[in-house]
Design a protein around this ligand. Structure first.
Ligand SMILES: *Cc1c(COP(=O)(O)O)cnc(C)c1O
Length: 458
C-alpha cells in the first residue's frame, strides 16, 4: 500500500525553542523598528520566513562532518572531499571554494566583464546584477513573457526566451557578451524552474555564437526535481542524473551553498576553462583565501559536501516541494491570490490583488508584512515598490510592476503545524483585509532602501 501522506523525511534530534510574544509586545517592537521587519531581533519573531538562505537545519552526518574538518592551510582532506563531491555532481574540471555565492560572482565577473559588455540571464539575482554592474557591464533579463504574469500557470516559468537571446547577440555582438547565465531555479522570478529543453537550447545558441554558458546553480537540486516531475522523459531518472545532465550543457557555474548546499555558509565557482580557472584562483588568493579553502573553514567544506548530496535525495525534494505546495493550497482555498504555480523555495502573495484599496504609493505589500507580524509573529519580506520602486529626483516614484510578499521556507526547519499556523494567520488577515491601512516612508537611504527605510502607518 502506497500511502499518500508525504512525511518529513527526517526525525528531530535537537530542538531549538521558538520565542512567543504577545500582540502588545509585537506592536511595541514594530514601533521601535519603524515598521521595517529587517530591524527586528530574531527572538521577537515566532516563525521566520524572511529567507531560505543559510537558515536550513543540518543533518547528523553534516554535524559529524564538522568534527572531521581538517583545518590544514593547504591540501586538507576536507577540501579533497568537497572538490570530489562538486566534480561528481557537476562534471566540471575546476572547483574554486568561496565563502558564499556573491564572492563567487565577484571573482568571476572581475575577470570577464567590463564596460560595454552585456550579460544576459533569465532573471539575474540582485547580488549577481550588482556585481555585473559594478564592473560597468549591463545585466539583462530575458525571461519568457509567461514568467512576468503572476497568475498564469506554466510548468517552466523560469525559461529564457531563445528569440530574445538571439536578438541580444545580434544587437550587441557575441564579442561583447562574456557569458550567458541561467538562474536555476529563477529566484527573482518567484523560484520558478527552467526546463532541460530550455537549458539545452540556450546552450546550443551559446556554442554556435562561441559564448561561454554558466549556470547560477543555487537551487540546482530543486530545479532537477521540477524537471523530474514536470518534463517528459525524466520521470525515471534520479535528481542526481538530471542535475549532471543540466551541468553538462554548461561551461561553469556559480553557487551559494546556503541554498541547495544545505549549509549555513559557503559557495563555489566550478568551471572547465583552464585559463579562466587560473585567473579566478589568483583573485581568490587576494580576496578569499588559498585555493584549497577559499572562504571556508575545513568543517564548512565537510558540511557543504555532505549537504550537496542530501539535497539530491528524492525523498527530501518531494517533501520540500510538497511543503510549499501545501501552504499554497491552503491560502488559495481561503481566496488569497498568490503567484502561480508556487515556486521551489517560497510562496509569493499578490498583495496588490489582496488589498486593492491600498494604492501602490502606500506600499500594500509592506502593509501586509506588518500585519502578518503583528497578528502572527511571522516575518516575511516585501518584494514590491519599497524594494523595486523607482525614486525620481523630484521625490516622485514609479511603483514596481508587482506588489508581492515572499514567505521563504528555511530547509528542514519548520513542521506541518508551523505551516498550518501560518495559513491560519493569513486566513485571519484575509478576513479583516478591508481594515488594513497603507504606510508612508518617513526616512530612506539613497540605495537598497528596503533594508533600512523607516515607515509610519497611515
Ligand atoms: C542567494 C543567491 C545568490 C547569492 O548568494 P549569497 O550566498 O547570498 O551570496 C546568487 N544567486 C541566487 C539565485 C541566489 O539565490
Amino acid at each position: 500500500m502506497q500511502f499518500k501522506t508525504i512525511i518529513d523525511p527526517f526525525r528531530i534530534k535537537s530542538v531549538e525553542p521558538v520565542q512567543f510574544t504577545t500582540r502588545e509586545e509585537r506592536a511595541a517592537a514594530l514601533e521601535r523598528v519603524h515598521y521595517n521587519l529587517f530591524g527586528l531581533q530574531s527572538q521577537e519573531v515566532l516563525i521566520d520566513m524572511l529567507t531560505d538562505s543559510g537558515t536550513g537545519a543540518m543533518s547528523k552526518q553534516q554535524w559529524a562532518g564538522m568534527m572531521l574538518g581538517d583545518e590544514s592551510y593547504a591540501g586538507s582532506t576536507s577540501y579533497q572531499k568537497f572538490e570530489d563531491t562538486v566534480k561528481s555532481i557537476t562534471g566540471f574540471k575546476h572547483v574554486i571554494p568561496t565563502h558564499q555565492g556573491r564572492a563567487a560572482e565577484r571573482i568571476l565577473f572581475s575577470n570577464i566583464a567590463g564596460k560595454g559588455d552585456v550579460v544576459p540571464s533569465n532573471n539575474h539575482f540582485d547580488t549577481t546584477r550588482a556585481n555585473i554592474e559594478f564592473m560597468g557591464a549591463e545585466a539583462r533579463d530575458l525571461v519568457i513573457d509567461e514568467g512576468r504574469q503572476p497568475q498564469l500557470i506554466h510548468p517552466f516559468k523560469g525559461n529564457m526566451d531563445p528569440a530574445k537571446l538571439r536578438q541580444t547577440i545580434r544587437e550587441v555582438g557575441a564579442e561583447n557578451i562574456p557569458i550567458v547565465m541561467l538562474t536555476i531555479t529563477n529566484n527573482s522570478g518567484g523560484g520558478q524552474p527552467v526546463s532541460m529543453a530550455n537549458i539545452r537550447e540556450i546552450s546550443g545558441i551559446c556554442r554556435e555564437a562561441g559564448i561561454p554558458f554558466f549556470l547560477d546553480a543555487c537551487r540546482f537540486a530543486e530545479n532537477a526535481w521540477f524537471i523530474k516531475t514536470r518534463e517528459e522523459g525524466y520521470a525515471h531518472k534520479t535528481p542526481g542524473e538530471i542535475a549532471y545532465e543540466m551541468f553538462s550543457y554548461a561551461d561553469g557555474c556559480t553557487m551559494s551553498a546556503k541554498k541547495d548546499g544545505l549549509a549555513n555558509i559557503g559557495g563555489f565557482i566550478a568551471l572547465n576553462d583552464d585559463h579562466l580557472a587560473v585567473e579566478c584562483r589568483n583573485l581568490l588568493i587576494l580576496t578569499e583565501g588559498f585555493p584549497t579553502y577559499g572562504g571556508m573553514a575545513g568543517y564548512d567544506m565537510e558540511a557543504v559536501a555532505q549537504g550537496l548530496c542530501e539535497a539530491l535525495d528524492p525523498h527530501y525534494l518531494q517533501y520540500r516541494e510538497r511543503t510549499v505546495a501545501y501552504l499554497a493550497e491552503k491560502v488559495t482555498a481561503a481566496g488569497i491570490p498568490i503567484v502561480q504555480p508556487p515556486g521551489g523555495h517560497a510562496l509569493f502573495i499578490d498583495a496588490k490583488a489582496l488589498l486593492p484599496h491600498i494604492p501602490a504609493q502606500q506600499y500594500p505589500a509592506q502593509a501586509l508584512t506588518i500585519a502578518l507580524y503583528l497578528e502572527g509573529g511571522i516575518r516575511s519580506v516585501e518584494i514590491g515598490s519599497v524594494m523595486f520602486g523607482k525614486v525620481h529626483d523630484d521625490g516622485s516614484e514609479t511603483p514596481a510592476a508587482m506588489e508581492l510578499v515572499r514567505l521563504a521556507f528555511p530547509r528542514r526547519v519548520y513542521t506541518q503545524s508551523h505551516i498550518d499556523y501560518v495559513a491560519e494567520a493569513l486566513e485571519h488577515i484575509s478576513e479583516v483585509r478591508d481594515r488594513l491601512r497603507g504606510v508612508k516612508i518617513t526616512w530612506q537611504p539613497p540605495f537598497l532602501r528596503h533594508f533600512t527605510a523607516q515607515f509610519a502607518p497611515l
